[in-house]
Ligand binder design. Structure first.
Ligand code: ADP
Ligand code: MG
Length: 302
């Protein structure tokens, strides 16, 4: 295509709420055959709510929520926001946390002052913890079977020595809902001849439940942030031309690795910076629109 055609295409994109980093990007957009879609915040609203809070035998439901809310207060993750908000709504002020740290794509840790004692706690995915007690394990499995995202909260093991995993005392189930536009977006991507694949760090049950709701048949679940990049590379090694749509800090590396990275304009700055295109409205239908635009721009003027 001529530079003028590409500039016109870029301008048309801007009108549609699709910000394109450079005119040449429209060329690579046309070749895409596979599109990876992040779940939380991309297909779903990312506005999570707390469904249930369960305590093990050694604590109460209110303790579980109080401590989890305090810990999650320091994180921007949609799961963290939901838990912190629920805690604030029920108990008002949250307990201060020291030595807060994020475990990317997995959870959070920090120290809480409880009755004059400093307790090291962790909240996040189950794999961060020692095996759950039977009663917590049962609640965990039941919530997952409902397609919920389930996070665990626990305290540091008996010895603080390296290698001792935290011991769970509660689980919290959260969930969000599919954006009303996502179903149509997926059918438009399929109509363009693309293969959509749902890629998420969340559990397989939650991933499959969302995939079924929007009409996606391929799912890659329970991937750590670094493994999102590996998933992109693997498809590229199979000769696929891969687009990736994401919104989170955890998606940034995969967005950069993809042949075409598309960020939700409603997402994090890191994701936007790593991408070639920004979907300003945070509407997945803009991804299909971007691909149609590039095909049209490059098809009409040869
Ligand atoms: P997605 O790929 O759907 O956007 P993420 O990669 O952001 O999901 O998160 C993957 C999983 O890591 C979550 O389902 C959750 O179990 C865990 N996780 C990530 N951040 C947090 C947090 N702040 N608190 C609790 N769990 C977390
Ligand atoms: Mg996300």
């Amino acid at each position: 295509a001529t530079p003028t055609a590409l500039l016109v295409g870029t301008g048309r994109g801007a009108q549609l709420g699709i910000l394109i980093k450079g005119p040449e990007i429209l060329e690579s957009t046309r070749q895409v055959d596979t599109i990876l879609l992040d779940k939380t915040g991309t297909i779903t609203t990312g506005k999570m709510v707390v469904h249930d809070v369960f305590a093990g035998v050694s604590s109460t439901r209110d303790e579980v929520l109080t401590y989890a809310a305090a810990l999650e207060h320091g994180s921007e993750h949609p799961i963290a926001r939901a838990i912190a908000q629920q805690g604030e709504a029920e108990f008002g002020q949250l307990i201060p946390v020291r030595n807060f740290s994020n475990i990317a794509g997995q959870g959070v840790t920090g120290r809480l002052e409880i009755g004059g004692e400093t307790v090291e706690m962790t909240a996040g995915r189950a794999s961060l913890f020692s095996p759950l007690s039977p009663e917590l394990g049962e609640q965990f499995a039941a919530a997952q079977a409902l397609g919920r995202t389930v996070i665990v909260i626990g305290r540091a093991g008996a010895s603080d020595a390296a290698g001792v995993l935290p011991v769970a005392f509660g689980v919290i189930s959260v969930g969000d809902s599919v954006k009303p536009t996502s179903v149509q977006a997926v059918s438009e991507l399929l109509a363009l001849g693309l293969t959509p694949i749902l890629l998420t760090g969340d559990n397989a049950a939650a991933a499959h439940s969302v995939a079924a709701e929007v009409g996606i048949s391929e799912v890659i679940a329970e991937v750590l942030p670094a493994d999102k990049v590996a998933a992109v590379k693997k498809l590229q090694a199979q000769g696929k031309v891969v687009a990736m749509v994401g919104d989170g800090v955890n998606d940034a590396a995969a967005l950069a690795q993809a042949d075409l990275g598309l960020a939700m304009g409603t997402g994090t700055d890191v994701a936007i910076q790593a991408s070639d295109l920004t979907l300003v409205r945070g509407d997945l239908r803009s991804a299909a629109q971007a691909i149609r635009l590039s095909r049209r721009t490059l098809g009409t003027i040869k």
